[in-house]
Design a protein around this ligand. Structure first.
Ligand SMILES: Nc1ncnc2c1ncn2[C@@H]1O[C@H](COP(=O)(O)OP(=O)(O)OP(=O)(O)O)[C@@H](O)[C@H]1O
Length: 229
């Protein structure tokens, strides 16, 4: 589903590349944690999948397509297939919960009928039935992140990318969000999540890819957060 072939990404003005000749394969339906200290290259990896950046060298494939060769006008189509969740929720503050989730469908041209069916169904799935008319600032952090997850998943994307989705949440709330991501993964959606949350990684025992200075230093099935000697 995602393939990096000898990918290097160097930012202008930086002496060391953020990713240095990495090759990684993520199969359809996998759940992968990306771990590594701050600056190790996790966000750069995720941004390359979204084609927010192009690699300096090497190839990135998503669903069999080499995305660096996509014409710019095809990039929005690629991003439709990839839901995103971030640490800081990124909800539209002047829209209700329902409107936030519906908006994701409106921008890709879904019919009113589809929106009417999909939004309540997805809000129910994330445990927010009955809160559709609330504004984001009337919700707890955990609830806001549930809205963000609903928005990312309402279109049933092939891939869900999460960049430190539990970074602003307490441990109990984090577990709730992880249960949701796990449930989404079980529907067949490939999940790639960058995180510093060792408790979550150790609890879930999914594949762990560790980056260090732009290199893959560990790729472990049913892995843990830290090194095991
Ligand atoms: N837009 C950018 N321009 C220049 N350098 C960047 C840019 N984004 C990231 N970098 C550099 O690339 C390296 C990798 O950064 P990246 O954000 O991918 O790391 P990260 O593992 O996601 O870190 P964190 O855990 O702090 O989010 C760092 O040295 C960073 O300073």
């Amino acid at each position: 589903m995602i393939r990096f072939e000898k990918v290097t990404k160097a930012y202008p003005g930086h002496p060391h590349p953020a990713l240095d000749n990495i090759s990684v394969d993520v199969e359809k339906g996998e759940f992968v944690f990306l771990v590594g200290s701050s600056g190790s290259g996790k966000s750069t990896f995720l941004r390359l999948v979204l084609r927010e950046y192009r690699p300096s060298s090497g190839r990135v494939y998503v669903a069999g397509k080499e995305i660096n060769r996509l014409a710019s006008w095809k990039v929005p189509r690629l991003r439709r297939d990839i839901g995103t969740v971030f640490q800081d929720f990124r909800l539209l503050p002047n829209k209700t919960v329902t409107e936030n989730v519906a908006f994701a469908l409106q921008v890709i041209g879904k019919s009113r009928k589809e929106i009417k069916d999909l939004v309540p169904e997805t809000l129910e799935m994330v445990g927010l039935s009955g809160k559709g008319d609330r504004m984001p600032d009337e919700l707890s952090g955990g609830e806001q992140q549930r809205v963000a997850v609903a928005r990312a998943f309402v279109n049933r994307p092939m891939i869900l990318i999460a960049d430190e989705p539990t970074g602003n949440l307490d441990p109990t709330t984090s577990v709730g969000i992880m249960k949701l991501l796990d449930r989404i993964n079980r529907t067949g959606t490939t999940v790639v999540m960058a995180t510093h949350d060792s408790g979550i990684v150790d609890q879930m025992r999914k594949r762990v890819i560790e980056l260090e200075n732009g290199h893959v230093v560990r790729d472990q099935a049913q892995g843990v957060y830290g090194h095991q000697n």
